[in-house]
Design a protein around this ligand. Structure first.
Ligand code: GLN
Length: 216
C-alpha cells in the first residue's frame, strides 16, 4: 500500500514518523504526479491559508479532488481538515470541497487558547484519546453520509468520517497514541468500521467499497 503525506507546509514530518512506527514508509508528496499511485494521503496541520495558496500554485487541487472521487483514502488534521471541507465561515482560504462538512477556523480563539482534552472515540475502543487542539477549527455542519467519530459536545464535532475520508480538528500525530493512524490505514485498506463507510462510497458513485474490491 502506498501512503503519502502532503509535505508542502505544516507538521508532515510528525505524521511520517508515526506511520513509520506502524511499519509504513510514507512518501513526502509535493507534486501532482506523485499522487497518481497513492492509496492514501494525509494532509497535515499547519496554516490553511498558506496550504491553500500552495495547493493552487503547485496545481494540487485537482489531483486531490480526483483521489477523493476515486474513493482513495484522505485524512486531514486541523488545517488539513479545513482544506477538506465543503465550506468555511470565512472567504479565505478556499477549501477543496471534498468532504460534506462546514468548518469554522480558529473556533476556540487564538494560539494561547490551544488546549488538550481526553475524548471518547468509540471506534478506537474504550480508552479515551488524548487530543491536542492547536488554534483548532471546529465542524459546524455535518452532511448526510458523514459520521461523527468524536465531539466536544453535541454541537461541536471534532472528528468525522465520510467513506474513506477522515477529518480531525486535533493532532493525533503529536501524541504517542497511534490508534487514529492505525484506523486510517485500516480505512485505506478498506476495513473501516464506521457504519457509513459502505453507504458513503456507493452514494458518491465511486469505486470505493468495503468489500475488499476498492483500490488499494
Ligand atoms: N489555525 C490554523 C488555520 O486556520 C490551523 C492550525 C493547525 O493546523 N494546528 O489554518
Amino acid at each position: 500500500m502506498e501512503v503519502g503525506v502532503l509535505a508542502i507546509q505544516g507538521d508532515f514530518a510528525e505524521h511520517i514518523a508515526v506511520l513509520g512506527k506502524l511499519g509504513v514508509k510514507a512518501r513526502e508528496i509535493r507534486l501532482p504526479e506523485q499522487m497518481a499511485s497513492l492509496d492514501a494521503l494525509i494532509i497535515p496541520g499547519g496554516e490553511s491559508t498558506t496550504l491553500s495558496r500552495l495547493m493552487t500554485i503547485y496545481n494540487l487541487r485537482e489531483p486531490l479532488q480526483k483521489m477523493a472521487a476515486e474513493g482513495r483514502a484522505i485524512w486531514g488534521t486541523c488545517a488539513g481538515m479545513i482544506m477538506l471541507s465543503r465550506e468555511i465561515t470565512e472567504q479565505d482560504p478556499i477549501p477543496l470541497g471534498i468532504m460534506d462538512i462546514g468548518v469554522q477556523r480558529n473556533a476556540f480563539g487564538r494560539q494561547v487558547d490551544s488546549f488538550e482534552q481526553a475524548l471518547n472515540v468509540t471506534i478506537l475502543g474504550p480508552d479515551l484519546f488524548h487530543a491536542i487542539f492547536i488554534r483548532a477549527p471546529v465542524i459546524i455542519r455535518v452532511g448526510e453520509g458523514v459520521d461523527v467519530l468524536a465531539a466536544l459536545d453535541a454541537k461541536r464535532p471534532v472528528a468525522v468520517q465520510q467513506g474513506r475520508l477522515l477529518a480531525t480538528s486535533f493532532h493525533p500525530e503529536l501524541t504517542d497514541d497511534y490508534r487514529f493512524h492505525s484506523y486510517f490505514l485500516e480505512l485505506a485498506r478498506g476495513n473501516g468500521s464506521s457504519p457509513n463507510v459502505q453507504k458513503a462510497g456507493s452514494e458518491s458513485g465511486s469505486s470505493s467499497d468495503s468489500s475488499g474490491n476498492g483500490p488499494r
